[in-house]
Design a protein around this ligand. Structure first.
Ligand SMILES: Nc1ncnc2c1ncn2[C@@H]1O[C@H](COP(=O)(O)OP(=O)(O)OP(=O)(O)O)[C@@H](O)[C@H]1O
Ligand SMILES: [Mg+2]
Length: 233
């Protein structure tokens, strides 16, 4: 255990239970200052040189913080449903927990084609909101969107709200090329697990929200490059 992990657990005075172990981080669930919280610990990778490891870890945490700050400042509509950053240090970041949520990955596994298509439309809008806000997510997968059932405004009907998380690979370098790559990564992630899903539902709503269709040409180029790379290996 690193000293920073130890200190954050002491500081928060809480038990953290492991939720998720990734290649780069461990995600814990607990309580922080009386709020249900999620702690993402970017542990030290022993196969990496110390200096490089520290630099990459710092960059990931900085990118995540910057994305949340930018979205909070510039895109309150998107930010209102997102989690809040409660604490960060050189290896850890603590968020409010988005309770009663499931990932889009889980949602796809348990939903009808019609419900999946509706979800794709919502995801397209959310990706467009992120891009319009001046952020490239960098790691759009079905695990990095959470779904929460909420009452519609002025209505008792329930509606699904889609919430993006995991901005550790994000950047502020917004251009059509990077937007297309963001979408391509998501398309590949969806097609590898759910080959029957029609990604065009997502693309159509993305373009509608962006009020332009210039992504189509770029996305074709990015797909072509991707295919070439696969052939060459
Ligand atoms: N604020 C949150 N509320 C509820 N659950 C969360 C929250 N943040 C993360 N999770 C859960 O933990 C999982 C992992 O979190 P996250 O995607 O941020 O980490 P990661 O994929 O390990 O990160 P990275 O790819 O940056 O190393 C998510 O897929 C989600 O299920
Ligand atoms: Mg993730």
């Amino acid at each position: 255990m690193t000293s920073s992990t130890f200190s954050i657990r002491q500081y928060a005075g809480s038990e953290w239970s492991l939720l998720f172990q990734g290649a780069e981080s461990r995600v814990y669930q607990g309580v922080f200052h009386s709020k249900p919280a999620i702690l993402k610990e970017r542990f030290k990778k022993t196969y990496r040189l110390d200096e490089l490891d520290q630099k990459l870890t710092k960059e990931r945490i900085r990118s995540e913080l910057k994305a949340y700050q930018k979205i909070e400042k510039k895109c309150p509509d998107l930010f209102q449903n997102m989690c809040r950053v409660l604490h960060s240090d050189e290896r850890n970041i603590v968020f409010t927990e988005l309770t009663d949520t499931i990932s889009v990955k889980e949602y796809f596994d348990q939903s009808s084609e019609e419900a999946i298509n509706e979800m794709l439309k919502k995801m397209g809008e959310v990706v467009a909101q992120i891009h319009l806000c001046g952020v490239i997510h960098g790691d759009l997968t079905t695990s990095n969107f959470l779904v929460k059932q909420q009452h519609k405004q002025l209505d008792s009907l329930m509606d699904n709200v889609v919430i993006p998380i995991d901005f550790g690979l994000s950047s502020g370098l917004v251009n059509v090329e990077n937007q297309a790559v963001d979408l391509y990564v998501l398309e590949r992630a969806i097609q590898s697990t759910n080959p029957k899903i029609n990604f065009n539902h997502l693309l159509d709503s993305y373009q509608k929200k962006m009020e332009t269709d210039k992504i189509n040409k770029k996305l074709d180029q990015v797909r072509m490059r991707g295919r070439k790379r696969l052939m060459i290996g």
